[in-house]
Design a protein around this ligand. Structure first.
Ligand code: SAM
Ligand code: SF4
Ligand code: F3S
Length: 442
């Protein structure tokens, strides 16, 4: 009998990618994915712990599942991802309703873990796998129909020590995936109709397999771009300390590589950057993006910022605002600093009061919104290539993204997901653009 599984994904692209593999493995083992947890025999929460709010969300979801399970006694509940990795057995002890807890390094063992959970064994698997034993799961497990855009992981973990960040604790040491595995996954996805590949990792531009005779990241981009059927390549996240001209050149010169760079700066204050352990200065960052724009003039830039890091003074925050004005990001992700267990900054003195964090966040978001809209208005009347991601037949509208990662809505006019279309930008909306299609692109 087919069993039904519901997977809920929180957190970043790493978790989205892992969830795709989890669904694939489950489908290979007799499960069908469903959209409603109330119909499921197995529910897996793929969790995030990067900020405290994310962990609260996990607790409230487990609470909801406790209620569901009371009416479905045979239901199994699994917790995966970064909270599972971080809390392990303590999570199982605290949340009696949970049947299995497994970290991101253990996903390939899911069938065996499920058999044990079905026998009512306690399942906690959150060991990290060292480089030689780590298993990047291949794309052939991926289920059914695929979207025009897909993620491909190039590395796992992180070797940096940003003092605010829990990720090195939840994802372990950086392990770079062999290039032949990456290219094989890209090839498999392209064969199944994927047009745009997003290479993901915590610091993709530190990717290197040179010690084993393999490529570095710019060379890896070339290899992925050479796969037949791949129309676009994106990558995220890059770290400013290892961002160099070669990567800017790859964006300018390899036709498939989109001119879009997500380069998290975190703060505009040198003092705060130093306390964060980011290993670059405000000036380094501004110099690097200036140079990147010289090499690749159509570059679109986005960033992550944290406000209210311990010790951040009003004048440090002003420096963040002035950096945002100078860098003129197309979009930003901004967060109030959230103290995380196991991180040095949680123990720093001078924690910033919550109301100051909230005020700074609102000011920062408003500044960035204004600049984002000004940048969008500069696109009015220009021609942009968009890759259609979805179609809303009821509204007669198709939606795609420019190479610079902006959402554009156009009239559907026979367009389907995966089509590459040349459009003229005709309007600026709150979080997207309006366009008029001119013709299909190559
Ligand atoms: N590896 C990427 C990098 O170095 O920028 C980002 C990883 S993290 C998953 C995504 C973003 O979450 C970070 O860029 C940072 O802005 C934010 N973040 C991480 N820890 C945080 C914390 N303790 N409080 C608030 N925001 C945090
Ligand atoms: Fe976290 Fe820093 Fe690693 Fe990014 S580079 S994942 S912010 S420790
Ligand atoms: Fe969250 Fe883990 Fe990603 S903490 S942001 S799911 S690496």
């Amino acid at each position: 009998m087919t069993r039904r599984a519901y997977i809920q994904t929180m957190g970043c692209q790493m978790n989205e990618y892992d969830s795709g593999k989890i669904v694939g493995i489950l489908e290979d083992h007799g499960y069908a994915a469903v959209d409603d947890p109330a119909e499921a025999d197995l529910v897996i929460l793929n969790t995030c712990s990067v900020r405290e709010k994310a962990v609260h969300k996990v607790r409230s979801e487990v609470g909801r599942l406790r209620f569901l399970k009371s009416g479905r006694p045979g239901m199994l509940i699994g917790v995966a991802g970064c909270v599972a990795q971080q809390e392990g057995a303590a999570l199982l002890d605290r949340e009696g309703v949970v049947d299995l807890v497994f970290g991101p390094d253990q996903i390939d063992r899911l069938p065996e873990m499920l058999q044990r959970a079905e026998r009512r064994e306690r399942v906690v698997e959150n060991q990290f796998r060292p480089a030689g034993e780590y298993n990047f799961i291949a794309a052939d497990v991926l289920p059914g129909r695929l979207a025009p855009t897909a993620h491909v992981t190039v590395q796992k973990g992180c070797d940096n020590n940003c003092t605010f960040c829990i990720v090195p604790h939840t994802r372990g040491r950086e392990i770079n995936r062999p290039a032949d595995e990456i290219v094989a996954e890209v090839r498999e996805l392209a064969r199944r109709g994927v047009r745009e590949i997003i290479l993901i990792g915590q610091n993709v531009n530190s990717y290197s397999t040179e010690s084993t005779g393999g490529p570095d990241f710019p060379r890896l981009l070339e290899m992925a771009a050479a796969v037949s059927g791949v129309k676009r390549i994106r990558f995220t996240t890059s770290h400013p300390k290892s961002f160099d001209e070669r990567l800017a050149r790859a964006m300018a010169e390899i036709p498939q590589v989109c001119e879009f760079l997500h380069l998290p700066v975190q703060s505009g204050s040198g003092v705060v950057l130093e306390m964060m352990g980011r290993e670059y200065t405000r000036e380094d960052y501004l110099r690097k993006i200036r140079r990147a724009r010289e090499i690749c003039p159509t570059l679109s830039l986005s960033t992550d910022l944290i406000v209210g890091f311990p010790g951040e003074l009003e004048e440090d925050f002003e420096l963040t605002l002035s950096l945002v004005e100078e860098a003129r990001f197309d979009s930003i992700f901004a967060f109030a600093y959230s103290p995380r267990p196991f991180t040095p900054a949680a123990r720093f003195e001078d924690q910033v009061p919550e109301q100051d964090k909230r005020r700074r966040l609102a000011t920062l978001l408003e500044t960035a919104r204004r600049i984002g809209v000004e940048n969008a208005q500069a696109l009015l009347g220009t021609e942009q290539e968009i890759l259609i991601e979805r179609v809303d037949a009821r509204r007669g509208q198709a939606t795609g993204r420019t190479r610079g990662n902006r959402l554009v809505h156009v009239d559907q006019q026979g367009l389907s997901p995966g089509d590459l279309v040349l459009v003229e930008i005709t309007g600026v909306l709150d979080h997207s653009l309006r366009g008029r299609s001119i013709r299909m692109a190559a």
